[in-house]
Design a protein around this ligand. Structure first.
Ligand code: SF4
Length: 244
């Protein structure tokens, strides 16, 4: 594992967990189960203010649309790994223009290399996990578009919980949404669609690690296909030593 302390502008330090009552957070999460996604976003905004942002992959704009309707000024963070499809970077600009997004692009601290060919876990750690940790410095919470129906590893995700590895609250406003909910929302609200969506890419990440899938396949089957890897580390529990 590459020593991330060599890549950071200052030594990585452990920071205290956000000041939150875990019982109260669990009760709020249970209450939010039956609320609309926009209400979840508003709850997070009222609770954390500018201490919360939306992390968006830009494979679709559902969470962005929900979030901006609820809180127009909310910050959206995109982890620009340096390996996104050209179509994704083009799409980010289109979405930024459409919503006049308060967008922050986070880049890795290293130039493009060949690490993705030999160690995808370390590549994700450097190009996704570490930039997210930097984005979360001084923050209390982040919001994601994670959904329970996407993968078995996500099936029990709460609406809001303590992200133990990062010491902040993680909020998943559309955790309860099915694939049908997502496609219905996109159609009903005439959302912009990523140009690769209808070219066999229902799940879109970095170009070296994303392949098109066949009709009826698991939508995430094209991510790190054949490697056994299913998550990039953003939704796992990173080493607490990487918290900042
Ligand atoms: Fe690297 Fe692939 Fe992870 Fe992107 S998805 S950061 S290219 S290993």
């Amino acid at each position: 594992m590459r020593d991330l302390t060599m890549l950071a502008p200052e030594p990585l330090i452990s920071r205290p967990f956000v000041d939150v009552d875990l019982e109260e957070l669990a009760a709020e999460s249970a209450r939010l189960e039956s609320c609309a996604a926009g209400d979840v976003v508003r709850w997070a905004w009222e609770r954390f203010g500018t201490g919360v942002f939306v992390a968006a992959s830009f494979q679709d704009t559902v969470l962005i649309d929900v979030a901006v309707r609820a809180v127009p000024e909310i910050e959206v963070v995109f982890l620009d790994t340096g390996y996104h499809f050209a179509e994704t970077m083009w799409f980010v600009e289109r979405v930024r223009e459409r919503y006049d997004l308060n967008l922050t692009m986070m880049q890795p601290l290293v130039e493009p290399d060949d690490l993705w060919q030999v160690d995808q876990n370390e590549c994700c750690a450097i190009r996704k996990v570490e930039p997210l940790a930097r984005a979360l410095a001084g923050r209390s919470a982040w919001m994601t578009g994670l959904r329970r129906s996407e993968a078995p590893t996500r099936a029990t995700s709460p609406i809001a919980h303590l992200d133990v590895g990062r010491g902040v609250v993680k909020v998943n406003p559309i955790a309860t949404w099915t694939d049908l909910d997502v496609s219905g929302y996109i159609a009903d609200n005439d959302l912009l669609e990523h140009p690769l969506t209808h070219r066999g890419y229902p799940s879109i990440g970095c170009w070296p690690c994303t392949q098109p899938v066949r009709e009826g396949d698991d939508p995430r089957a094209g991510r790190w296909a054949g490697s056994g890897k299913t998550e990039c580390g953003l939704h796992g529990w990173p080493d607490p030593a990487q918290r900042r």
